[in-house]
Design a binder for this molecule. Structure first.
Ligand code: BES
Ligand code: ZN
Length: 394
Protein backbone atom coordinates (compact mmCIF):
# COMPACT_ATOMS: atom_id res chain seq x y z
CA UNK A 1 0.00 0.00 0.00
CA UNK A 2 2.74 2.38 0.93
CA UNK A 3 4.39 1.74 -2.40
CA UNK A 4 1.25 2.68 -4.27
CA UNK A 5 0.83 5.86 -2.26
CA UNK A 6 4.43 6.81 -2.92
CA UNK A 7 3.95 6.26 -6.63
CA UNK A 8 0.80 8.34 -6.79
CA UNK A 9 2.33 11.14 -4.77
CA UNK A 10 5.34 11.35 -7.04
CA UNK A 11 3.15 11.21 -10.12
CA UNK A 12 0.89 14.05 -8.98
CA UNK A 13 3.69 16.29 -7.83
CA UNK A 14 5.49 16.02 -11.14
CA UNK A 15 2.45 17.34 -12.92
CA UNK A 16 1.40 19.94 -10.37
CA UNK A 17 4.85 21.41 -9.91
CA UNK A 18 6.24 21.52 -13.40
CA UNK A 19 7.62 25.04 -12.96
CA UNK A 20 10.20 24.88 -10.10
CA UNK A 21 13.82 24.30 -10.96
CA UNK A 22 14.84 20.66 -11.11
CA UNK A 23 17.86 19.45 -9.23
CA UNK A 24 20.46 16.81 -9.89
CA UNK A 25 20.92 14.17 -7.24
CA UNK A 26 23.79 11.86 -6.50
CA UNK A 27 22.31 8.65 -5.09
CA UNK A 28 23.91 5.47 -3.85
CA UNK A 29 23.21 2.69 -6.38
CA UNK A 30 21.74 0.35 -3.76
CA UNK A 31 19.31 3.04 -2.65
CA UNK A 32 18.50 3.93 -6.27
CA UNK A 33 17.60 0.37 -7.19
CA UNK A 34 15.15 0.24 -4.26
CA UNK A 35 13.50 3.59 -4.97
CA UNK A 36 13.40 3.03 -8.76
CA UNK A 37 9.87 1.58 -8.60
CA UNK A 38 8.64 4.88 -7.09
CA UNK A 39 10.27 7.15 -9.60
CA UNK A 40 8.62 8.53 -12.67
CA UNK A 41 9.55 6.38 -15.70
CA UNK A 42 11.13 9.40 -17.38
CA UNK A 43 13.82 9.63 -14.66
CA UNK A 44 17.02 8.36 -16.23
CA UNK A 45 20.40 7.55 -14.79
CA UNK A 46 22.55 10.30 -16.28
CA UNK A 47 25.96 9.23 -15.00
CA UNK A 48 27.42 6.53 -12.73
CA UNK A 49 30.69 6.25 -10.85
CA UNK A 50 31.98 5.01 -7.50
CA UNK A 51 28.85 2.99 -6.76
CA UNK A 52 26.53 5.98 -7.14
CA UNK A 53 24.49 7.64 -9.90
CA UNK A 54 23.24 11.04 -11.01
CA UNK A 55 19.48 11.49 -11.59
CA UNK A 56 17.45 14.64 -12.22
CA UNK A 57 14.32 15.29 -10.10
CA UNK A 58 11.94 18.15 -9.38
CA UNK A 59 12.22 19.80 -5.93
CA UNK A 60 8.95 18.25 -4.73
CA UNK A 61 10.07 14.81 -5.85
CA UNK A 62 13.25 15.28 -3.85
CA UNK A 63 11.34 16.19 -0.72
CA UNK A 64 9.13 13.13 -1.03
CA UNK A 65 12.05 10.88 -1.80
CA UNK A 66 13.34 11.40 1.71
CA UNK A 67 10.03 10.14 3.09
CA UNK A 68 9.96 7.16 0.76
CA UNK A 69 13.48 6.17 1.70
CA UNK A 70 12.45 6.44 5.33
CA UNK A 71 9.31 4.32 4.88
CA UNK A 72 10.68 1.77 2.47
CA UNK A 73 14.28 1.32 3.51
CA UNK A 74 13.76 2.19 7.19
CA UNK A 75 16.70 4.52 7.07
CA UNK A 76 17.42 8.13 6.29
CA UNK A 77 18.83 9.96 3.34
CA UNK A 78 20.78 8.40 0.56
CA UNK A 79 21.26 11.40 -1.70
CA UNK A 80 22.89 14.80 -2.11
CA UNK A 81 21.37 17.53 -4.29
CA UNK A 82 23.32 19.61 -6.81
CA UNK A 83 22.46 22.69 -8.86
CA UNK A 84 23.78 21.37 -12.15
CA UNK A 85 24.60 18.09 -13.84
CA UNK A 86 28.28 19.06 -13.90
CA UNK A 87 28.36 19.64 -10.15
CA UNK A 88 26.70 16.26 -9.52
CA UNK A 89 29.07 14.45 -11.86
CA UNK A 90 32.09 16.12 -10.26
CA UNK A 91 30.85 15.15 -6.82
CA UNK A 92 31.02 11.50 -7.88
CA UNK A 93 34.53 11.78 -9.19
CA UNK A 94 35.38 13.60 -6.08
CA UNK A 95 36.97 10.67 -4.42
CA UNK A 96 40.01 12.33 -5.97
CA UNK A 97 39.24 15.52 -4.16
CA UNK A 98 38.48 13.54 -1.04
CA UNK A 99 41.91 11.92 -1.15
CA UNK A 100 43.34 15.36 -1.67
CA UNK A 101 41.54 16.55 1.44
CA UNK A 102 42.82 13.52 3.36
CA UNK A 103 46.44 13.88 2.35
CA UNK A 104 47.00 17.58 1.76
CA UNK A 105 46.48 18.63 5.33
CA UNK A 106 48.94 20.97 6.79
CA UNK A 107 46.94 21.25 9.95
CA UNK A 108 48.85 20.74 13.15
CA UNK A 109 47.02 18.03 15.06
CA UNK A 110 49.18 18.25 18.18
CA UNK A 111 47.30 18.44 21.46
CA UNK A 112 49.00 21.16 23.49
CA UNK A 113 46.31 23.46 24.89
CA UNK A 114 45.44 21.48 28.03
CA UNK A 115 46.01 24.52 30.27
CA UNK A 116 43.16 26.27 28.49
CA UNK A 117 40.98 23.32 27.49
CA UNK A 118 40.84 21.30 30.73
CA UNK A 119 39.31 24.08 32.88
CA UNK A 120 36.84 24.98 30.13
CA UNK A 121 35.70 21.38 29.70
CA UNK A 122 35.02 21.24 33.44
CA UNK A 123 32.57 24.15 33.03
CA UNK A 124 30.18 22.35 30.66
CA UNK A 125 26.71 22.36 32.26
CA UNK A 126 23.97 19.93 31.31
CA UNK A 127 21.05 22.17 32.42
CA UNK A 128 21.90 25.00 30.03
CA UNK A 129 22.12 22.58 27.09
CA UNK A 130 18.79 21.05 28.11
CA UNK A 131 17.15 24.45 28.38
CA UNK A 132 18.25 25.45 24.86
CA UNK A 133 16.93 22.14 23.47
CA UNK A 134 13.58 22.87 25.13
CA UNK A 135 13.42 26.38 23.70
CA UNK A 136 14.20 25.18 20.17
CA UNK A 137 11.75 22.26 20.36
CA UNK A 138 9.03 24.67 21.44
CA UNK A 139 8.94 26.16 17.95
CA UNK A 140 6.14 24.21 16.30
CA UNK A 141 8.50 23.36 13.47
CA UNK A 142 11.81 24.71 12.22
CA UNK A 143 10.98 23.63 8.67
CA UNK A 144 12.98 25.73 6.19
CA UNK A 145 9.93 27.19 4.45
CA UNK A 146 7.81 27.89 7.55
CA UNK A 147 7.25 31.13 9.48
CA UNK A 148 8.50 29.46 12.69
CA UNK A 149 11.49 28.14 10.74
CA UNK A 150 12.45 31.74 9.96
CA UNK A 151 11.78 32.87 13.55
CA UNK A 152 13.79 30.01 15.08
CA UNK A 153 16.89 31.00 13.10
CA UNK A 154 16.48 34.59 14.31
CA UNK A 155 16.15 33.24 17.85
CA UNK A 156 19.46 31.37 17.51
CA UNK A 157 21.09 34.53 16.13
CA UNK A 158 19.78 36.57 19.07
CA UNK A 159 20.85 33.97 21.65
CA UNK A 160 24.40 33.85 20.30
CA UNK A 161 24.61 37.66 19.92
CA UNK A 162 23.53 38.17 23.54
CA UNK A 163 26.38 35.93 24.75
CA UNK A 164 28.94 37.95 22.78
CA UNK A 165 27.64 41.45 23.36
CA UNK A 166 30.71 42.49 25.39
CA UNK A 167 33.15 41.46 22.63
CA UNK A 168 34.10 43.78 19.76
CA UNK A 169 36.01 40.95 18.02
CA UNK A 170 32.85 38.84 17.72
CA UNK A 171 30.00 39.26 15.25
CA UNK A 172 26.80 37.29 14.65
CA UNK A 173 25.07 37.44 11.25
CA UNK A 174 22.30 35.83 9.28
CA UNK A 175 23.38 34.29 5.97
CA UNK A 176 20.39 34.76 3.64
CA UNK A 177 19.77 32.21 0.91
CA UNK A 178 18.13 33.07 -2.38
CA UNK A 179 16.03 29.93 -2.84
CA UNK A 180 14.09 29.77 0.46
CA UNK A 181 13.20 32.06 3.39
CA UNK A 182 15.07 30.46 6.34
CA UNK A 183 18.50 32.01 6.96
CA UNK A 184 21.63 30.28 8.22
CA UNK A 185 23.39 31.78 11.25
CA UNK A 186 27.13 32.54 11.37
CA UNK A 187 29.00 33.73 14.45
CA UNK A 188 32.64 34.78 13.99
CA UNK A 189 35.36 35.19 16.60
CA UNK A 190 38.10 37.03 14.71
CA UNK A 191 41.53 35.39 15.12
CA UNK A 192 44.19 37.55 16.76
CA UNK A 193 47.20 36.24 14.78
CA UNK A 194 46.14 34.10 11.80
CA UNK A 195 42.71 35.47 11.12
CA UNK A 196 42.62 34.10 7.54
CA UNK A 197 42.65 30.52 8.88
CA UNK A 198 39.21 29.37 9.99
CA UNK A 199 37.96 26.63 12.31
CA UNK A 200 34.25 25.83 11.95
CA UNK A 201 31.79 24.24 14.37
CA UNK A 202 28.34 23.78 12.84
CA UNK A 203 25.01 22.01 12.96
CA UNK A 204 21.70 22.35 11.17
CA UNK A 205 19.08 24.69 12.52
CA UNK A 206 16.06 23.32 10.66
CA UNK A 207 13.74 20.40 11.47
CA UNK A 208 11.31 18.29 9.47
CA UNK A 209 8.59 15.71 10.09
CA UNK A 210 6.64 13.42 7.83
CA UNK A 211 6.47 13.08 4.09
CA UNK A 212 5.46 16.67 3.49
CA UNK A 213 7.77 18.18 6.08
CA UNK A 214 6.21 21.55 6.58
CA UNK A 215 2.73 20.94 7.85
CA UNK A 216 2.88 19.32 11.24
CA UNK A 217 4.76 19.52 14.48
CA UNK A 218 8.49 18.89 14.14
CA UNK A 219 10.18 19.44 17.52
CA UNK A 220 13.46 17.97 16.26
CA UNK A 221 14.87 17.75 19.79
CA UNK A 222 17.55 15.24 18.86
CA UNK A 223 17.61 16.20 15.15
CA UNK A 224 18.96 18.81 15.59
CA UNK A 225 18.07 21.08 18.53
CA UNK A 226 20.68 19.00 20.36
CA UNK A 227 23.50 19.98 17.99
CA UNK A 228 22.61 23.69 18.10
CA UNK A 229 22.27 23.58 21.91
CA UNK A 230 25.66 21.84 22.15
CA UNK A 231 27.26 24.53 19.99
CA UNK A 232 25.53 27.20 22.12
CA UNK A 233 27.15 25.68 25.22
CA UNK A 234 30.60 25.88 23.58
CA UNK A 235 29.96 29.55 22.76
CA UNK A 236 28.86 30.19 26.36
CA UNK A 237 32.08 28.71 27.71
CA UNK A 238 34.41 30.52 25.28
CA UNK A 239 32.70 33.82 26.09
CA UNK A 240 32.73 33.19 29.85
CA UNK A 241 36.49 32.55 29.68
CA UNK A 242 37.01 35.53 27.39
CA UNK A 243 38.87 33.23 24.99
CA UNK A 244 40.73 35.06 22.20
CA UNK A 245 41.81 32.53 19.56
CA UNK A 246 44.83 32.97 17.27
CA UNK A 247 42.86 31.64 14.28
CA UNK A 248 39.30 32.66 13.44
CA UNK A 249 36.52 30.47 14.84
CA UNK A 250 33.09 30.36 13.18
CA UNK A 251 29.93 28.80 14.61
CA UNK A 252 27.27 27.95 12.06
CA UNK A 253 23.60 27.02 12.19
CA UNK A 254 22.68 25.80 8.71
CA UNK A 255 19.29 26.31 7.11
CA UNK A 256 17.53 23.65 5.03
CA UNK A 257 19.70 20.63 5.82
CA UNK A 258 16.72 18.30 5.94
CA UNK A 259 15.87 18.89 2.30
CA UNK A 260 19.29 18.12 0.83
CA UNK A 261 22.02 19.92 2.84
CA UNK A 262 21.03 23.09 0.99
CA UNK A 263 22.24 25.80 3.39
CA UNK A 264 25.63 24.24 4.12
CA UNK A 265 26.17 23.51 0.46
CA UNK A 266 25.75 27.19 -0.44
CA UNK A 267 28.04 28.31 2.37
CA UNK A 268 30.75 25.69 1.74
CA UNK A 269 30.73 26.43 -1.99
CA UNK A 270 30.99 30.17 -1.36
CA UNK A 271 34.02 29.51 0.88
CA UNK A 272 35.57 27.33 -1.81
CA UNK A 273 34.97 30.00 -4.47
CA UNK A 274 36.62 32.62 -2.28
CA UNK A 275 39.48 30.16 -1.57
CA UNK A 276 38.95 30.61 2.17
CA UNK A 277 41.39 28.67 4.31
CA UNK A 278 39.20 26.41 6.39
CA UNK A 279 41.52 24.20 8.41
CA UNK A 280 38.89 22.06 10.14
CA UNK A 281 35.13 21.56 10.30
CA UNK A 282 33.16 19.72 12.96
CA UNK A 283 29.48 18.96 12.43
CA UNK A 284 27.18 18.34 15.39
CA UNK A 285 23.95 16.70 14.24
CA UNK A 286 22.24 14.55 16.91
CA UNK A 287 24.03 14.49 20.28
CA UNK A 288 21.10 13.79 22.61
CA UNK A 289 20.17 10.13 22.37
CA UNK A 290 22.65 7.59 23.74
CA UNK A 291 21.74 4.73 21.41
CA UNK A 292 24.82 2.52 21.64
CA UNK A 293 25.62 0.69 24.86
CA UNK A 294 29.41 0.52 24.64
CA UNK A 295 30.22 3.66 22.64
CA UNK A 296 29.43 7.23 23.72
CA UNK A 297 30.86 9.05 20.71
CA UNK A 298 30.80 7.53 17.24
CA UNK A 299 32.84 9.00 14.38
CA UNK A 300 31.29 8.58 10.95
CA UNK A 301 34.12 7.32 8.75
CA UNK A 302 32.58 8.16 5.36
CA UNK A 303 32.33 11.62 3.74
CA UNK A 304 34.74 12.79 6.42
CA UNK A 305 38.48 13.36 6.77
CA UNK A 306 40.42 10.39 8.18
CA UNK A 307 43.28 12.35 9.71
CA UNK A 308 40.94 14.80 11.43
CA UNK A 309 38.75 11.91 12.68
CA UNK A 310 41.80 10.37 14.35
CA UNK A 311 42.66 13.72 15.93
CA UNK A 312 39.13 14.02 17.32
CA UNK A 313 39.39 10.47 18.72
CA UNK A 314 42.52 11.56 20.60
CA UNK A 315 40.66 14.62 21.91
CA UNK A 316 37.95 12.29 23.29
CA UNK A 317 40.61 10.24 25.11
CA UNK A 318 42.36 13.33 26.43
CA UNK A 319 39.45 15.53 27.49
CA UNK A 320 36.16 13.62 27.52
CA UNK A 321 37.37 10.19 28.62
CA UNK A 322 34.44 8.16 27.30
CA UNK A 323 34.43 5.11 24.97
CA UNK A 324 34.32 5.97 21.27
CA UNK A 325 34.42 4.19 17.92
CA UNK A 326 33.57 4.38 14.23
CA UNK A 327 30.45 3.82 12.12
CA UNK A 328 29.32 4.87 8.63
CA UNK A 329 26.29 6.74 7.33
CA UNK A 330 26.56 5.17 3.89
CA UNK A 331 25.66 8.49 2.24
CA UNK A 332 26.25 12.21 2.80
CA UNK A 333 23.94 12.20 5.81
CA UNK A 334 24.57 15.73 7.11
CA UNK A 335 26.28 19.06 6.49
CA UNK A 336 29.81 17.71 7.02
CA UNK A 337 29.39 16.21 3.51
CA UNK A 338 28.99 19.70 2.02
CA UNK A 339 32.37 20.72 3.42
CA UNK A 340 34.01 17.48 2.33
CA UNK A 341 32.58 18.06 -1.15
CA UNK A 342 34.12 21.54 -1.17
CA UNK A 343 37.52 19.98 -0.35
CA UNK A 344 37.79 20.83 3.34
CA UNK A 345 38.61 18.47 6.25
CA UNK A 346 35.30 17.69 7.92
CA UNK A 347 34.09 15.29 10.64
CA UNK A 348 30.88 14.31 12.42
CA UNK A 349 31.09 12.87 15.91
CA UNK A 350 27.67 11.23 16.32
CA UNK A 351 25.45 10.02 19.20
CA UNK A 352 25.31 6.32 18.21
CA UNK A 353 26.25 3.83 15.54
CA UNK A 354 24.06 3.77 12.43
CA UNK A 355 22.55 0.45 13.58
CA UNK A 356 21.36 2.03 16.84
CA UNK A 357 19.86 5.12 15.27
CA UNK A 358 17.08 7.08 17.01
CA UNK A 359 13.92 6.08 15.09
CA UNK A 360 11.91 9.03 16.44
CA UNK A 361 13.72 11.57 14.25
CA UNK A 362 11.64 13.27 11.56
CA UNK A 363 8.46 12.65 13.60
CA UNK A 364 6.46 14.67 16.16
CA UNK A 365 7.92 12.27 18.78
CA UNK A 366 11.49 13.57 18.44
CA UNK A 367 11.34 15.15 21.90
CA UNK A 368 13.68 15.61 24.85
CA UNK A 369 11.54 13.18 26.85
CA UNK A 370 11.75 10.42 24.26
CA UNK A 371 15.55 10.77 24.20
CA UNK A 372 15.83 10.24 27.97
CA UNK A 373 14.73 13.62 29.37
CA UNK A 374 18.17 15.11 30.01
CA UNK A 375 21.15 16.43 28.02
CA UNK A 376 23.89 14.37 29.69
CA UNK A 377 24.88 12.72 26.43
CA UNK A 378 25.04 16.09 24.64
CA UNK A 379 27.32 17.45 27.40
CA UNK A 380 30.05 15.00 26.27
CA UNK A 381 29.88 16.53 22.79
CA UNK A 382 30.07 20.06 24.21
CA UNK A 383 33.34 19.07 25.94
CA UNK A 384 34.69 17.52 22.76
CA UNK A 385 33.73 20.47 20.55
CA UNK A 386 35.28 22.94 23.03
CA UNK A 387 38.52 20.97 22.86
CA UNK A 388 38.33 20.84 19.05
CA UNK A 389 37.95 24.57 18.47
CA UNK A 390 40.50 25.64 21.10
CA UNK A 391 43.17 23.09 20.08
CA UNK A 392 42.78 23.82 16.36
CA UNK A 393 42.47 27.58 16.67
CA UNK A 394 45.56 28.09 18.89
N1 BES B 1 20.45 14.02 11.44
C1 BES B 1 20.15 13.46 10.16
C2 BES B 1 21.27 12.61 9.63
C3 BES B 1 21.43 11.27 10.23
C4 BES B 1 20.35 10.44 10.39
C5 BES B 1 22.69 10.84 10.54
C6 BES B 1 20.54 9.18 10.89
C7 BES B 1 22.88 9.59 11.02
C8 BES B 1 21.79 8.76 11.22
C9 BES B 1 19.94 14.58 9.15
O1 BES B 1 19.24 15.65 9.68
C10 BES B 1 19.12 14.05 8.01
O2 BES B 1 18.00 13.71 8.21
N2 BES B 1 19.73 13.99 6.84
C11 BES B 1 19.06 13.55 5.67
C12 BES B 1 19.99 13.61 4.49
C13 BES B 1 19.76 14.68 3.49
C14 BES B 1 20.68 14.57 2.31
C15 BES B 1 18.39 15.12 3.21
C16 BES B 1 18.66 12.10 5.85
O3 BES B 1 19.43 11.33 6.43
O4 BES B 1 17.59 11.74 5.36
ZN1 ZN C 1 17.18 14.95 9.92
Amino acid sequence: MKKIIGLIVLGISTVALAAPKAQWLTVDNNVLSKIRPHLNKSVQTLYSAQGASVVKLSPSEIEQLSGIIHDELHRCGGFITHDSFEEARDALSFQGEMYFAKSAIFTDYSIDQANLVAPMVAQVEEPSIRSMIEKLSNFNTRYYKSETGIKSSEFIRDTWAEMAKHRSDVKVELFQHSGWPQASIIMTIEGSEKSDEVVILGGHADSIAGMFGGGGRAPGADDNASGIATITEVIKILMKNDFKPKRTIQFMGYAAEEVGLLGSKEIANSYKNKAKKVIGVMQLDMTLNKGTEDKDIVMMADYTNGAQNEFIGKLVDEYVKVPWGYSRCGYGCSDHASWTAAGYPSSIPFESTMEDINHKIHTAQDTLQSAGGDAKHAAKFAKLATAFVVELAN
